[in-house]
Design a protein around this ligand. Structure first.
Ligand SMILES: *Cc1c(COP(=O)(O)O)cnc(C)c1O
Length: 491
């Protein structure tokens, strides 16, 4: 015990003089280094430049017996990770669906760490609880969801699925007289849980399956329904599937914002149809739900508000730093039944909102601060503008890149996603040749450091996705990126 106390005192002594705040030096250093990183984004390679071997060689040191001063730790960390960052904080990163961070959200996120609140309960973090209560109401307002819906601020959209689908599981089984929180999914002896059927788009995101798995629902209980040319669920296919097993406890999973086309399911038709069959409707709106924040794109999600639950992200299109997803549930009693936990040593508040009643975590980060700050700094008009600008850039990038010699635009961009490919021009080239050339072109573009894109396979064809969800992307970035792609195509 004595040696530990001695060495931690030594660590503090290396960090600060007597009477000084021990964090001061290192936080000022981190502040300077963070600003230097952001200031260099425009001039830096978007792709990482250090490879796995280099990063391991720099970082994998033996853990020392003795500690070292905080400033030295941070200085070495920053040097060691150099080149190991993708430029996703900047405006020329278009891979997957990765958002940036608006300044107010980034600053609030720093303070969240300094405040170090455990936001599980009102008693452990009173201000955080109230900030979440307010942020939740604002999010419902901006996304056009019912104000009576309950919500949870979680780590990401996948955990928002897990949260909302736990409420769905509770509800569909309660309709059959089965208490899943009490009896689980296997039951005992002859007393077996009714089998839940999940009916989902065949273009559903992998995070839906992972969330279902955590809830004890496997591949065999999930039925895929056919989608159309833009990846929207075919209403006939859904109806047929629902008619196949009348009365079975059913969860229907729809999508706002397909990762390839950006398309949204026809909620206006599909949600009432599913409800006529007694199903719970959950919507994966990781980024697409944000269409509701813009008058121009809102028609794409018309009818989404009549679903039973929704999952979306703050760290994608709202541009909150990572670790931010949101679950909303139109049946607060089902949501609370699925999540609530009471123990005598915990202190519940009758009036305030205890996150533990709604969240899957126990101890948790006070992640509401960053969301609150993002929404306040942007305002309703700012969120709408962010959505519309990203869409405009995606459309322009799709059109400009698609018009380059050697490139082809594959579908009209609908939201903030576009798809192009680079076909092999040789006569008689096969789909495999086109795929090879498309992947090679993506690699060549990324190697320039000017832009970063990722590939995918869509309807049997290899494609390059153009995904825009960062407030920093500017018209100048779009021009710069088109030039880089042009160079890579002709190179
Ligand atoms: C990103 C994404 C998810 C998963 O979100 P996480 O925040 O990464 O958990 C789910 N669905 C869609 C459509 C997505 O784009």
């Amino acid at each position: 015990m004595a040696t530990i106390i001695k060495s931690s005192e030594e660590i503090l002594a290396k960090t600060a003089g007597p009477g000084a705040e021990p964090c001061e030096g290192v936080l000022e250093q981190a502040h300077r280094m963070a600003l230097a990183y952001l200031a260099k984004l425009d001039a830096s390679s978007v792709a990482a430049t250090a490879d796995l071997e280099a990063l391991r060689a720099r970082l994998a040191r033996p853990l020392g017996e003795q500690g070292m001063g905080a400033e030295q730790v941070i200085a070495e960390l920053v040097t060691d990770v150099e080149g190991g960052m993708t430029g996703s904080a900047g405006g020329r990163f278009f891979g997957w669906v990765i958002g940036g961070s608006v300044p107010a959200a980034l600053a609030a996120d720093w303070l969240t760490s300094a405040w170090d609140q455990n936001a599980g309960l009102y008693a452990t973090a009173p201000a955080a609880a109230v900030v979440e209560e307010v942020a939740g109401a604002w999010l419902k307002e901006i996304l056009g969801l019912p104000q009576a819906a309950s919500f949870a601020l979680v780590t990401g959209c996948q955990m928002a699925h897990a949260t909302a689908l736990a409420a769905a599981r509770h509800w569909v089984l309660a309709q059959q007289g089965w208490d899943v929180e009490e009896k689980g999914l296997s039951g005992t002896g002859e007393d077996r849980a009714p089998t839940i059927r999940v009916v989902a788009s065949d273009e559903k995101h992998g995070s839906v399956m992972r969330a279902l798995r955590l809830l004890g629902i496997g591949r065999a209980q999930v039925v895929d329904v056919r989608t159309d040319a833009m990846d929207r669920v075919e209403p006939r296919a859904l109806e047929e599937e629902l008619e196949r097993k009348p009365g079975a406890p059913t969860i229907v999973v729809l999508q706002a914002g397909d990762i390839h086309t950006g398309a949204c399911d026809e909620f206006e038709t599909l949600v009432p149809m599913a409800k006529r069959h007694g199903a719970w409707v959950h919507v994966d709106g990781a980024f697409g739900l944000w269409a509701a924040a813009s008058e121009k794109y809102r028609p794409m999600v018309r009818g989404v508000e009549i679903a039973d639950s929704w999952a979306t992200d703050g760290h994608k299109w709202l541009n909150v730093p990572y670790d931010s997803g949101y679950a909303f549930v139109a049946h607060p009693e089902a949501h609370r039944a699925a999540m609530s936990y009471r123990a005598s040593y915990l202190t519940y508040d009758g009036e305030a909102r205890d996150a533990m009643e709604w969240n899957p975590e126990f101890s948790r980060r006070a992640r509401g601060f960053a969301t609150y700050a993002a929404l306040r700094s942007l305002g309703r008009a700012g969120v709408s503008d962010l959505v519309e600008r990203c869409c405009a850039h995606a459309h322009r990038l799709g059109e400009r890149i698609g018009a380059l010699p050697g490139a082809e635009l594959l579908c009209e961009p609908m939201l903030n996603q576009a798809l192009v490919r680079f076909p092999d021009p040789r006569p008689g080239a096969t789909e495999a040749d086109h795929a090879q050339r498309t992947d090679a072109t993506i690699a060549a573009i990324n190697a320039t450091g000017e832009a970063f894109f990722t590939g995918s396979t869509w309807k049997g064809r290899r494609v390059m996705r153009i995904s825009v969800s960062n407030w920093r992307t500017s018209e100048a970035d779009v021009e710069r990126v088109v030039r880089a792609v042009e160079g890579a195509c002709s190179g």
